[in-house]
Unconditional design. Structure first.
Ligand SMILES: [Zn+2]
Length: 224
C-alpha cells in the first residue's frame, strides 16, 4: 500500500510536526520549572547554610512554636529582647520547645537566639516562619537577644554577635539595614527590645554598626 507511505513522507518534508513537538516539550519543561519554583516549601525544603558560630537546635514541628509553614520571602530582620534578664539562649530555646505541649496555649518562637556569651542557637529553619513578630512573621527573620538585666541593654559580646548575625542576614537576603532591620516595636508598638526602644539613638547606632559590619564581612571575604 504505497499511498499512506507517500503521505507520511510528504508531511515530514513540509515539517511542521517536529517544531510542534519541540514546542510542546519546551512548554512542559517550562511548566515543570515554574511548578518547582512556586510550590510550597515545607519543612523538607533545603535550609540556608548559616555561619559556623550558629548552633542548629531546631524545635520539633508543632502548632505552638514551629508550625512548619513556609517562609515565602524575607524582607526584613526583626530584633527582640527575651525580656527575662539573665536567662541563657539554651533556656529560652527550651522554653519555646516546651510550648509544644499546648498547656500554656502560647504561640511563640524565634529563628535565632543570641545568648549572654555571644552564642547563637537557631530554633527554626530559614525556610519556615517563626512566631515572633505578629503581622511580619510571614516575611521576616526574627532574632531574640538575651540580656543581663532589666534595662534590656545587650552586653558588648552579645551586641557584637547580634550585629554580626544581622549583617550576615542582610547580605544573604539583600536587605538594607537602614530600612529592613526593625524592632518588634516597629511592628506592634510593643516595648521590645526595651533598651533600644527607650534609647532610639542606640537603635540608630545598632543599624549603623550592622552597615559597617556588612562592609567588613565583604572585605574579609575578598581577602580570604
Ligand atoms: Zn519582641
Amino acid at each position: 500500500m504505497p499511498e499512506p507511505y507517500r503521505r507520511r513522507r510528504r508531511r515530514r518534508r513540509d515539517g511542521p510536526a517536529v517544531p510542534l513537538l519541540l514546542g510542546a516539550v519546551l512548554l512542559c519543561l517550562t511548566a515543570a520549572v515554574v511548578w518547582v519554583l512556586l510550590r510550597d516549601r515545607g519543612p523538607e525544603a533545603e535550609d540556608v547554610p548559616v555561619p559556623e558560630y550558629v548552633e542548629k537546635d531546631y524545635l520539633t514541628v508543632n502548632p505552638y512554636s514551629r508550625p512548619g509553614d513556609a517562609l515565602e520571602e524575607i524582607n526584613g530582620v526583626v530584633i527582640h529582647y527575651v525580656g527575662n534578664p539573665g536567662t541563657t539562649a539554651h533556656a529560652n530555646r527550651n522554653y519555646f520547645a516546651s510550648l509544644a505541649s499546648g498547656r500554656e496555649n502560647t504561640y511563640a518562637s524565634s529563628h535565632f537566639i543570641v545568648g549572654l556569651d555571644g552564642e547563637v542557637i537557631q530554633c527554626v529553619p530559614l525556610t519556615e516562619i517563626a512566631y515572633a513578630s505578629n503581622t511580619r512573621n510571614g516575611d521576616t527573620v526574627s532574632i531574640e537577644v538575651c540580656h543581663p538585666d532589666e534595662t534590656g541593654e545587650f552586653s558588648p559580646v552579645t551586641y557584637d554577635r547580634t550585629v554580626e548575625l544581622t549583617a550576615w542576614l542582610c547580605r544573604e537576603f539583600k536587605l538594607d539595614p537602614e530600612t529592613d532591620v526593625i524592632r518588634h516595636y516597629d511592628v506592634t508598638g510593643k516595648e521590645c527590645p526595651r533598651y533600644y526602644v527607650e534609647h532610639p539613638e542606640a537603635w540608630d547606632a545598632f543599624r549603623a554598626d550592622v552597615a559597617s559590619e556588612m562592609e567588613r564581612q565583604k572585605e574579609a571575604e575578598k581577602n580570604s
